[in-house]
Design a protein around this ligand. Structure first.
Ligand code: ZN
Length: 145
């Protein structure tokens, strides 16, 4: 299992996710973060902002075909899914449903409260079922490459 201590996101990419979240609030929003993992750091390089087909304030689903398209693009760019950002109505902590999704999508989960999309918290689900806090760092651009 991957182990990641921090996720580094260029501000420009984060802004794209926040705009997406604000546009569909009060519904939950979801964004998929593609990038690379280097020395226990996830480096975000690209962000996808699919629709939440649930149009729900308490859940999100991405159309499987859209998801497939996104994953194909990520593959073709030689990147991987390093994070999933979503907003939900509760404080930024994984819900029971989130935990189930985290089991099958083992990347960094960034969660913001729908009312405060600019304040995400990062989590990784450990094999023992506990959450590990992942530090979230914003940069103007990635200079580590
Ligand atoms: Zn959630």
């Amino acid at each position: 299992m991957i182990d990641i201590d921090r996720i580094v996101i260029p501000e420009e990419l984060f802004e794209k996710m926040v705009i997406h979240a604000k546009n569909i609030a009060p519904y939950e929003s979801v964004s998929i973060i593609a990038g690379t993992i280097k020395e226990r750091q996830a480096l975000a390089e690209e962000v996808f902002t699919p629709e939440n087909i649930d149009k729900s304030t308490v859940s999100f689903t991405v159309d499987p075909l859209v998801l497939l398209e996104i994953y194909t693009k990520i593959d073709e760019s030689d990147l991987e899914v390093v994070g999933i950002f979503h907003t939900h109505p509760a404080p930024p902590y994984p819900s029971g449903t989130d935990k189930k999704f985290m089991e099958v999508n083992p990347s960094v989960w960034l969660i913001s409260s729908t009312s405060e999309p600019t304040k995400p918290k990062g989590y990784l689900l450990r094999e023992n079922g506990k959450f590990k806090d992942v530090e979230v760092i914003f940069t103007d651009k990635i200079t580590l490459k």
